[in-house]
Design a protein around this ligand. Structure first.
Ligand SMILES: Cc1cc2nc3c(=O)[nH]c(=O)nc-3n(C[C@H](O)[C@H](O)[C@H](O)COP(=O)(O)OP(=O)(O)OC[C@H]3O[C@@H](n4cnc5c(N)ncnc54)[C@H](O)[C@@H]3O)c2cc1C
Length: 417
């Protein structure tokens, strides 16, 4: 699609605004949290959220830059940015998301056959089928290439046996994109394939794991003589490592929040600077009363703004929609640090009110912030740990040599991580 000048973008903005005004259910206007809560962890939406999902799905705007012929919006990155701005203006959240949208869809568009794309992409674009990620196993996290879950070729189907862990949303998922060992005799990176496994079958069991913040976002997932159709292999047989690593770049880019986030750090209690004036008070010049907090808050606001603007610049520069690169490891590390710094500062700003878990002494916002702070600890681990991203940055971006004894058995590219 040709580059758009400001006139064309203005016209698109008017179109997007009018469509959102007409189609966003009134009960959701200005309440993006109602949409995110209804979809939490991959749950199926109902009521107005479901109506909103159907409308966005038909329009293709849940995945605005995906090709139109597969159910996407066919928008340029610049148009997508305008759409997101208009959604923020009216207070609308995207009801179509999850791992199908962030990770698997873009990977299938790149590595899938035309038949696979036609079968799976439109249902992801409409938010109808929920996907989970079967990568990590007990003992195979950072050293992902050591994974043991087997898939045997049984002629007309694959037979899968093994255990995955930390499988986010597996209890809700319809399908799993899964890394499996298809050649146990090959070197570890070379005997892996990516398989699409239906979750609703007797051989699949997902057991939710309860976390410190009282939620169960992920599961242990057991495959016991589970089956997948032969045509569900994505990419070449035993060539799944390349496909799997590409998917991780999409995952890290998605986790980072780069490009979609606000430049002003905000928690349930509102923007951090407004929270600070409310909880800590102001001096005679109207500034946050605590000088040390004020300095650290200013540093944080600048860092968050620089990160948000970098994410936007990268999205707009990527005119050919090539998607993320190894730089996603940088974005992931910076994004997860910015978010955890926001939560740390919010807790500090709230003082005694920042220790609430429940009860009448704390507001719902205060409790939500404490839970966000606890849950946010996982951000530096999910999608590959902070240290492992630094290894990837050092090897793939800076071109530094690997330390001689580093992570015996796993190469820099051998990490999920
Ligand atoms: C919220 C959340 C959601 C997740 N969702 C999913 C999911 O849906 N599907 C899925 O498959 N997985 C998922 N994971 C798992 C995640 O990918 C792994 O936790 C991650 O890759 C780390 O693996 P591990 O937990 O086995 O830690 P380990 O690999 O055991 O690492 C332990 C520690 O050692 C460090 N370390 C390991 N190797 C090196 C090295 N070479 N150099 C330096 N330091 C190293 C790590 O940084 C870490 O601090 C999720 C994790 C979280 C926290």
């Amino acid at each position: 699609m040709a580059d758009f000048g400001s006139t064309e973008l203005d016209a698109f903005r008017a179109e997007a605004r009018a469509w959102l005004e007409a189609n966003l259910p009134a009960s959701l206007r200005g309440h993006p949290e109602k949409v995110t809560e209804a979809m939490n962890g991959g749950a199926k939406p109902t009521g107005d959220v479901e109506l909103w999902r159907q409308r966005m799905g038909e329009k293709g705007w849940g995945v605005p830059t995906w090709p139109k012929q597969y159910g996407g919006g066919g928008l340029t990155p610049a148009e997508a940015r305008v759409l997101y701005e208009e959604m923020a203006r009216i207070g609308a959240a995207n009801p179509i998301g999850g791992m199908g949208v962030i990770m698997f869809g873009p990977t299938l568009l790149e590595y899938g056959s035309e038949a696979q794309i036609l079968e799976h992409i439109p249902s992801i674009a409409r938010g109808e089928v929920r996907w989970c990620q079967g990568y990590s196993e007990p003992g195979s996290g950072s050293d992902l290439a050591s994974l043991q879950t087997r898939a045997e070729d049984k002629g007309d189907h694959w037979l899968i046996n093994g255990q995955k862990i930390w499988t986010s949303g597996a209890q809700y998922a319809d399908m799993c994109f899964c890394l499996v060992r298809t050649d146990p005799k090959a070197r570890k990176h070379e005997g892996i394939s990516m398989l699409m496994i239906p979750m609703h079958q007797p051989g699949v069991e997902a057991r939710p794991i309860r976390l410190i913040n009282d939620s169960s976002p992920f599961c242990e997932t057991f495959f016991t003589d589970a089956k997948a159709p032969k045509e569900n292999l994505v990419g070449p047989l035993n060539g799944g490592w390349t496909v799997g690593k590409r998917l991780l770049q999409h995952e890290r880019s998605g986790i980072s929040g780069a490009g979609g986030g606000s430049a002003r750090p905000s928690m349930a209690g509102g923007p951090l600077n407004e929270m600070a004036t409310r909880y800590v008070g102001v001096d005679e010049d109207g500034r946050v009363a605590d000088a040390d907090l004020r300095r650290r808050l200013t540093d944080h606001l600048m860092e968050a703004q620089a990160f948000a603007l970098t994410g936007r610049r990268l999205a707009l520069e990527d005119r050919s929609n090539r998607g993320p690169t190894a730089a996603s490891s940088i974005l992931k590390n910076v994004g997860s640090k910015v978010r955890s710094d926001s939560a740390e500062l919010a807790l500090e700003i709230m003082g005694h009110q920042g220790v609430g878990w429940g009860g009448d002494d704390f507001t719902a916002d205060e409790i939500a912030i404490v839970r966000t702070w606890l849950g946010g600890k996982a951000g530096t681990i999910a999608g590959g740990s902070y240290e492992v991203q630094n290894n990837i940055i050092s090897k793939r971006i800076l071109g530094l040599p690997e330390p001689p004894q580093a992570n015996a058995g796993a190469t820099g590219g051998g990490q999920h991580a």
